[in-house]
Design a protein. Structure first.
Lengths: 590, 186
């Protein structure tokens, strides 16, 4: 279908053609024509956020929970700059979003006009790609290309900056299906010879381990099911990064829990001692590897990744396979079956008995209390009371995030939305709004900290406007808990500015927005409070008052290796001596 | 054209096990769509990731298809060079990246204009040296010359060093343009 229309109408038309049903945004002078085009139709739903950062995270939450591209629409200048954190977040976590920004009219660009900023200049390094539209004739192609670039290969954020005069100008609109991009054509199929080599290495392995990441989730549900198949076929243990939780079911016995800085003892020990590491869609990030020169010293490493620059970036691998996880895993499963490859069962059984020995440490255990709510206990109860429901979890960033990753169990992909790479406090609530838009009938819970939630608290107003029953479960210890923990470990317990005095009364705050507010400080009331939250048809905030001194363990201290984890010492009520575990070099790290 | 070099931080426990080998100089040929901002993308990637640019030249080489060729001289360990190549390939408007140093001896040329001031005996000496280097006089006054010299960067370095004691005023260099030998394109 081709017809004459204005640039603003093209935006709406292209979004519809791309199958977009919801846009998160905030109007302003430089996008008024597009808002007018939105006014004239009913197909595309617009969700009015309260801050552009919220729009970006909502688009991310929508994208991560649905597998579709998320869309936000913001104005020029402050609209664009407010979205930067969300764009960067999406870049680091490889989330496909398209951000449409208004720009001052072409003839004013560069004149320091009102609400002008160099949007493409500012976002060049925090997007996968960006465009400044100079001719209305280019707009249809650019819009469709933006969706292609955002979703193809390693996904990421794309900005389309549209000057106001272009929005008013008219040209012919054509829906371009199946974009043939001039330059950007990521390789999906892996090199078969290399996959065959991987299968041979796997058949010979005595202490193998799958280490998987967000790439499996991004690759789509097929990748998760193929991953389950190859893990089942081989009988190998599997661990995953924070980003990859849910790709493999947590209840399965081959699952070793999350790895990394706050990962399980068995996962990190297995990483250190394995003789074959099969990395699928993960990127050897510093939260995962710990001390690099002591990282998994005795293993051969296979790395499957769609982004060639991820291979050999931080860790030198023995076999790099470039391709989409689902495609490569499909070939791997097929070759494993047809080649008659067999795992070395005797060696693997011995490996499992070693792993069981590590597992017996029960490294996520904590000492519960009848007097005060332990944050880990709160999350476990939240999990137990929601496990039979259709539940999606988002988080903010900090201790509560790590406890959620440790104690909430995920059986399916796309159920867990958290800011991993950038570590953006304030991510969880707007992301939950995006998730709820994609899954209107599901239970969406933001596991939050009291400090993080205040960073984008204004989005409660958005949730209420659209009757989105998102649940905010605040693990309230009155501290920026992870900052406090690091100050305890690194800075002699001098808690500089990590305590928040004058916190709002979250119950009243919820009520002020028109939401349900609940507080719980007694472990005896925890279950009933959670049930009340779940059963409410309203958006709700639970202020769960927890032990202020609890630290998040186990932990690989900065600059240490996987086999130098510190575990919570449950025999010592006073807590453990951790003051000297981080050396001077480690203190420089984050 | 030097981008900020990698910060010389103290050795970190996260410093990569990769990149312990010796740094090398490599010349990369990058074919890109000549669209606005493409050079900023390339240069921004180098500075943002702490890679080094020793020389960078760019010009459109196919006007119909708007294809530009960027020649970048960079240095780093072989592992870093591989990262540089992959990071360039990730940029959406990039068609191809070729490491000319890896594919065999490439031809590298640079053009420089060198201004030299001098009188009497020095002028004669200057012209004699210029002739030896096949440098052309493209401007002359009674007390100065401007020479145009083309060659590998090392040859230009040598010429400039010879001119320095005689009365070197200033130098303008284009940076390296490079192409592979033989009949094949990159």
């Amino acid at each position: 279908m081709s017809r004459q229309m204005t640039g603003a109408e093209m935006v709406v038309e292209a979004l519809k053609d791309q199958g977009v049903d919801v846009v998160f945004g905030y109007p302003g002078g430089a996008v008024l024509p597009i808002y007018d085009a939105i006014f004239h139709q009913n197909q595309l739903r617009h969700i009015l956020v309260r801050h552009e950062q919220g729009a970006a995270h909502a688009a991310e939450g929508y994208a991560r929970s649905s597998g579709k591209v998320g869309v936000l629409l913001v104005t020029s200048g402050p609209g664009a700059t407010n979205a930067i954190t969300g764009l960067t977040d999406a870049l680091l976590d490889s989330i496909p979003i398209v951000c449409i920004t208004g720009q001052v009219p072409t003839h004013l660009i560069g004149s320091d006009a009102f609400q002008e900023c160099d949007t493409t200049g500012i976002t060049r390094n925090c997007t996968k790609h960006n465009y400044l539209v100079r001719r209305v004739e280019d707009l249809p192609r650019i819009l469709h290309e933006a969706f292609y670039v955002a979703a193809a290969g390693r996904p990421g954020p794309v900005v389309v900056d549209i000057p106001k005069d272009i929005q008013f100008a008219t040209a012919l609109y054509t829906h371009i299906k199946n974009i043939q991009h001039k330059t950007y054509r990521p390789q999906l199929k892996g090199d078969l010879a290399k996959i065959r080599q991987a299968v041979e290495m796997m058949a010979k392995a005595r202490r193998p381990l799958f280490y998987t990441g967000g790439g499996v989730i991004n690759s789509g549900p097929a990748a998760s099911s193929l991953l389950r198949e190859i893990v089942g076929l081989t009988g190998f243990p599997i661990t995953s990064t924070l980003m990859g939780l849910g790709a493999y079911p947590a209840k399965d016995k081959q699952w070793l829990n999350m790895l990394g800085m706050h990962g399980s003892f068995e996962a990190n020990s297995a990483m250190h001692d394995c003789d074959l590491m099969i990395c699928v869609g993960a990127r050897f990030d510093d939260r995962i590897t710990g001390r690099l020169d002591a990282f998994s010293p005795h293993s051969k490493k296979i790395h499957i990744d769609i982004d060639p620059s991820s291979i050999n970036k931080n860790v030198k691998v023995d076999l790099g396979i470039i391709g989409d996880c689902a495609h490569v895993l499909e070939d791997m499963v097929r070759l494993w079956r047809t080649s008659g490859a067999k795992a070395d069962t005797a060696a693997i059984a011995k490996w499992w008995s070693q792993i069981d020995h590590w597992r017996a440490k029960n490294s996520f255990a904590f000492r519960n209390s009848a007097k005060i709510i332990k944050p880990q206990h709160a999350i476990r109860r939240l999990y137990e009371l929601t496990r039979d429901r259709d539940v999606y979890i988002t988080t903010e960033v900090g201790q509560h995030q790590m406890w959620a990753a440790q104690h909430f169990q995920f059986e399916e992909p796309n159920r867990w939305m958290t800011s991993g790479g950038l570590g953006t406090m304030g991510y969880g609530l707007p992301a939950a709004i995006g998730v709820q838009m994609a899954h209107p009938k599901s239970l969406v819970i933001d596991i939050a900290g009291e400090a993080s939630i205040l960073m984008n608290m204004q989005e409660m107003s958005t949730a209420l406007q659209y009757r989105l029953p998102v649940k905010i479960f605040i693990i309230n210890n009155q501290y920026m808990g992870m900052v406090r923990q690091w100050q305890e470990l690194l800075h002699g317990g001098r808690y500089s500015e990590s305590y928040t005095a004058s916190l709002p009364d979250f119950v009243k705050l919820a009520e002020a927005y028109g939401a349900l507010g609940l507080r719980c400080a007694d472990p005896a009331d925890l279950d009933s409070t959670i049930k009340e939250m779940i059963d409410s048809p309203l958006a709700a905030i639970v202020d769960c008052v927890v032990d202020q001194t609890e630290n998040c363990f186990p932990m690989i201290p900065s600059g240490k290796a996987h086999n130098e984890m510190i575990l919570a010492d449950l025999s010592d009520d006073a807590g453990i001596e951790v003051g000297n575990v981080i050396d001077e070099k480690g203190k420089m790290l984050v | 054209m030097n981008a900020p070099a990698a910060p010389s931080s103290p050795p970190s426990p996260y410093s990569s096990a990769i990149g312990k080998s010796n740094p090398e100089s490599h010349t990369l040929s990058v074919l890109v769509d000549n669209e606005p901002g493409v050079l900023a993308r390339v240069v921004g990637m180098f500075s943002g990731r702490g890679f080094n640019i020793e020389s960078l030249t760019v010009a459109e080489v196919a006007h119909v298809t708007h294809l530009s060729r960027i020649t970048i001289a960079t240095s780093g360990t072989p592992e870093v060079i591989e990262q540089v190549r992959h990071q360039l390939e990730r940029l959406v408007p990039v068609h191809s990246v070729t490491d000319l140093t890896l594919i065999g001896p490439a031809i590298e040329r640079e053009l420089a204009m060198v201004k030299v001031r001098g009188k009497g005996e020095n002028r004669v000496e200057t012209l004699r040296l210029a002739e030896a280097f096949k440098a052309k006089v493209i401007d002359a006054t009674i007390e100065s010359f401007v020479f145009e010299i083309t060659g590998a960067p090392r040859k230009i370095d040598d010429f400039v060093e010879l001119m320095r004691p005689i009365g070197l005023v200033e130098v303008s260099r284009t940076g390296i343009a490079a192409i592979s030998r033989g009949p094949e394109p990159i």
